[in-house]
Design a protein around this ligand. Sequence first.
Ligand SMILES: Nc1ncnc2c1ncn2[C@@H]1O[C@H](COP(=O)(O)OP(=O)(O)OP(=O)(O)O)[C@@H](O)[C@H]1O
Ligand SMILES: [Mg+2]
Length: 257
Amino acid sequence: VQDITRRREAEEEQHVLRRQLAHVSRVATVGELTAALAHEINQPLAAILANAQAARHIIAGEEPDLAELQAILDDIINDDKRAREVIRRVRSMLRKDGSKPEKVDINRIIQDAVKLVEHESDFKGISVVMDLADGLKPVMGDRIQVGQVVVNLLVNAVEAVGEVSDPSRSIIVGSRMEDERGVVVSVRDTGKGIGEESLQHLFEPFYTTKESGLGLGLSISRSIIEAHGGRLSALRNPDRGATFCFTLPAAEEADTI
Ligand SMILES: Nc1ncnc2c1ncn2[C@@H]1O[C@H](COP(=O)(O)OP(=O)(O)OP(=O)(O)O)[C@@H](O)[C@H]1O
Ligand SMILES: [Mg+2]
């Protein structure tokens, strides 16, 4: 009984650690987004400043046009709301328990993720092909977290393929229904493949074979998928390279997104 209790405690501890890691990594992603967000907030701020200066100009005149002032104030309020909305989005990403399950279109998430890594894959001369099923059911989940998993798998695939020199280097990312109740996403590459020894440790936090790797991508990805009630696994392809697959349960009464 004591053994079981200890194991449970250890499992719980690991669970907490993974959640913290997922949070850290989400914060890091936000860090990378900061430049883009600063740009987005800068725009309404500049508009507010221009409008406020115009209003001061009007008030200083002989007969201030009140209708004009009214319109300027409306503009200022709208621009302020825009800036606040940007900040709200960032804050909900930073919150520790910020996940809000919603119906998520997996194909859309894959398309967005591919766009994010395309620059890198193009640069390395690797083609990323999408093989997405029609009529896929949505899944319940946090689109940012699930998107993060697809990006992690794609980045790993690009890195693995980048290490081999072969003209037919490619990555295929696919989606399909498993049965009526589950959606499967697979990322198949023709990269350097996974050694027998590596296969045992891939999903452990801080396991890495890369000089500049943290070894967190797969462990965070697995904890995200498991928190969504799914599974993430790795396979060695019969010819060459590796395939990573995850399943997610389809949303109930899920015909619309
Ligand atoms: N597609 C793949 N092909 C071959 N090996 C892979 C593949 N994906 C992951 N691996 C192996 O699993 C290890 C762990 O991957 P993981 O994504 O967790 O960490 P990482 O990529 O090394 O670092 P990072 O924290 O930046 O993601 C990698 O170092 C690599 O050895
Ligand atoms: Mg990685």
